[in-house]
Design a protein around this ligand. Structure first.
Ligand SMILES: *Cc1c(COP(=O)(O)O)cnc(C)c1O
Length: 376
């Protein structure tokens, strides 16, 4: 059993993917080839956002957004305390200060109440200027953008949606990558829409910002790459990755649906045993992860031991809250992070991908059940 089965995906779609790669090899347009622009157009249509600008990875995508908004020294950026390191890392990269925000234990996403507390703290107790909320669509479910947007409006803040794990999710009829003033995603192989290397994209409806992103990602270009009007970076999605992504986008919705069936099957079998992930009404998750919470870290350990004996893969996303990462030790961390600390001790992500069989799911759930029975 695979944690995320990219081998089976390739086996099923090999002819199309091989042909797409061959085509790029024959054209040798490896950088900025035709597939890159085509993919950007398809992703803009898919997400319902005016502009999609591809780049080298999801971390660069976040950084590009902060650069375009001129975020830097003296600015505070709000980031969930429970996420992958990148969501917070890009803040000091541009010279700003990350303020970590506790999560909602049902969805693992940023808690709107804790967000407002954190904003009040920055206003009253620091000299920082609150500027941006980085809201992460963790494990595939969009953050609570209805309430986060109300808070952003109240305090005049920008929203940066980190949909690295959220691509394919939705709220009502709106897709992930459309909820931020700028939104980003990652095409790292294990993400919901993954390529065969690194890749990322930035989304926005704002024409001015879109043009600035196109400049920043190509060495701050003016009229062309050799006319440089600002300090930028070199952040490209290469043509081979774009060609692979277009092939995969064609069957992406089908894969999200299969993941959601697998998630339902897990939930049916596990809901009376462990704390299962909750997808809120009106929301669709793209199920980047299916993450359960146990009663204690000891219980988690016994399940991991049982899995290990049977060769069942699993992972702890995430073991350490952002505010306890050594890299962030110089930043404010006096707010409360009870939910995050609690979840870090008890969470466990189970195998999740479109090609899990009923037997795989039964096996995982049986092992959880047995491990818990032995444990009590
Ligand atoms: C993977 C991930 C990123 C970074 O994406 P890369 O393409 O690896 O740079 C950012 N944020 C979150 C929440 C992620 O899961």
């Amino acid at each position: 059993m695979e944690f995320r089965d990219l081998k089976e995906q390739y086996r099923r779609h090999r002819a199309g993917i091989d042909a797409a790669i061959q085509k790029v090899l024959m054209q040798t347009d490896f950088i900025n080839g035709s597939a890159v622009r085509q993919l950007e157009q398809q992703l803009a249509v898919y997400t319902g956002v005016r502009h999609c600008i591809s780049c080298a990875n999801g971390t660069d995508a976040l950084q590009l957004a902060l650069m375009v908004w001129d975020i830097g020294g003296g600015d505070a950026v709000f980031v969930p305390d429970f996420t992958f390191f990148s969501s917070g890392e890009v803040v000091p990269t541009v010279g700003a200060v990350p303020i970590f925000v506790d999560i909602d234990a049902d969805t693992f996403n940023m808690s709107p109440e804790s967000l407002e507390t954190a904003i009040q703290y920055v206003i009253k107790q620091t000299d920082l200027q609150p500027r941006v909320i980085i809201a992460v669509d963790l494990f595939g479910q969009p953050a609570d953008f209805v309430r986060i947007r109300q808070i952003a409006d109240k305090y005049n803040l920008l929203i940066l949606e980190d949909a690295a794990q959220g691509f394919g999710g939705s709220i009502g009829n709106r897709k992930a990558c459309s909820f931020g003033d700028i939104s980003t995603t990652s095409f790292f192989p294990a993400k919901p829409l993954g390529c065969y290397g690194d890749g990322g994209a930035v989304f926005t409806d704002n024409d001015t910002w879109a043009e600035l992103i196109r400049s920043y990602k190509v060495h701050g270009k003016g009229e062309d790459k050799y006319d440089n009007v600002r300090i930028g970076m070199n952040s490209r999605l290469d043509t081979l990755q774009a060609a692979v992504l277009m092939e995969k986008l064609a069957f992406f919705d089908e894969e999200v649906e299969l993941c959601s069936q697998a998630a339902d099957a897990y939930t049916r079998r596990l809901q009376d045993l462990v704390k299962i992930p909750i997808v809120k009404e009106n929301m669709v998750s793209s199920w980047a992860q299916y993450t359960i919470c146990l009663k204690s870290s000891e219980q988690r350990k016994s399940i991991m031991n049982a899995f290990s004996a049977e060769g069942i893969p699993c992972a702890i996303y995430y073991k350490k809250p952002m505010h306890l990462q050594r890299a962030f030790e110089e930043y404010p961390n006096e707010l409360k992070y009870e939910m995050t600390e609690n979840v870090c001790e008890r969470c466990l992500s189970l195998p999740m991908h479109p090609y899990l069989t009923k037997e795989d799911i039964d096996k995982v759930c049986d092992k959880v059940r047995n491990a818990l029975r032995v444990g009590v």
